[in-house]
Design a protein around this ligand. Structure first.
Ligand SMILES: [Zn+2]
Length: 285
């Protein structure tokens, strides 16, 4: 919320006055235009919401605690009365996070490097409907939603880059790797032919693994099992939202996973701290 407010009519500083007419109990008043008060929410992400601010705080806390919020639990706990309200509250917070991620993406998201270990994997997150290969063309949005993931695992830290791609051709996948993975990285891939001989050509050390095999990188000691498990976690997170798997929805979820690992978990005050940071950034000046 803003610390100060200027009058819309004369641009002079306003003062806060207690008021029983508004949900927040306070509003901005101009000495010269007492009939034109302003909401304390003006210019904040809460401006269009009618939810009490105390409930908003509870919601923000719950949002920070887990990316998966069950609407039923939130309604039972009295945070909001309807799922429609919760949906719009969720949208507001996600928007703040996505804006934070956008700022990070502008600075470039790179993982890996010498003695670092990155696993790449393509996963199909689409309907289980059968389709014939080579027929995808313009219908990939409906039939072929490939998520291309690049994941750096370093101790307990995870740095995922998860992107929706239109196909898993050599050009698409190698292009993404070159954009996000630093040269000299040890890259673990499956045996998909698109990778064959391509990675070493671009300055990477390539290890391909059969998915059922355990694999330990001799140099870094990193274990592909960890990575397979992490990848499985993301997949489960996304798959939980069955029935709504439009590309837009999927992209948003991938962004939230990136936000959580790159920004939320790395903030000095944890996920909640980062959430407040990103909410503050949204505030109009
Ligand atoms: Zn005024």
């Amino acid at each position: 919320m803003k610390r100060g407010m200027k009058c819309g009519k004369c641009n002079r500083s306003m003062y806060l006055e207690k008021s029983s007419h508004v949900i927040d109990g306070l509003r901005w008043i101009c000495k010269h235009h007492k009939s034109s008060p302003l909401s304390v929410r003006k210019g904040s992400i809460f401006a269009r919401s009618h939810t009490p601010l105390a409930k908003w705080l509870e919601f923000i806390l719950r949002f920070a605690q887990g990316l998966q919020l069950r609407q039923l639990d939130l309604i039972t706990d009295g945070i909001a009365a309807s799922s429609k309200t919760l949906t719009s509250m969720t949208k507001i917070l996600r928007k703040a996070c996505v804006a934070g991620l956008k700022r990070l993406r502008k600075t470039g998201m790179k993982i890996g490097g010498r003695h670092r270990f990155v696993v790449v994997d393509e996963s199909k997150f689409a309907h289980k409907r059968k389709y014939h290969r080579g027929r995808c063309g313009n219908t990939w949005r409906r039939d072929c939603q490939w998520v291309f993931g690049m994941l750096e695992v370093d101790g307990t830290s995870r740095r995922p880059i998860l992107r929706l791609v239109k196909d898993r051709s050599r050009k698409t996948l190698i292009g993404r790797i070159v954009r996000h993975v630093r040269p000299k990285t040890s890259v673990v891939t499956d045996e998909w032919r698109a990778y064959k001989d391509q990675l070493s050509r671009h300055g990477y050390y390539q290890f391909s693994v059969c998915h059922k095999m355990n694999f330990v990188d001799p140099e870094t000691g990193a274990h592909t099992q960890h990575i397979e498990r992490a990848w499985q976690t993301y997949k489960t997170e996304i798959w939980r939202h069955r029935g709504n798997r439009t590309p837009e929805f999927l992209t948003m979820h991938l962004k939230m996973i990136e936000w959580h690992h790159w920004l939320g978990r790395n903030h000095h005050y944890g996920v909640l701290g980062r959430l407040f940071h990103d909410i503050k950034k949204v505030m109009k000046r």
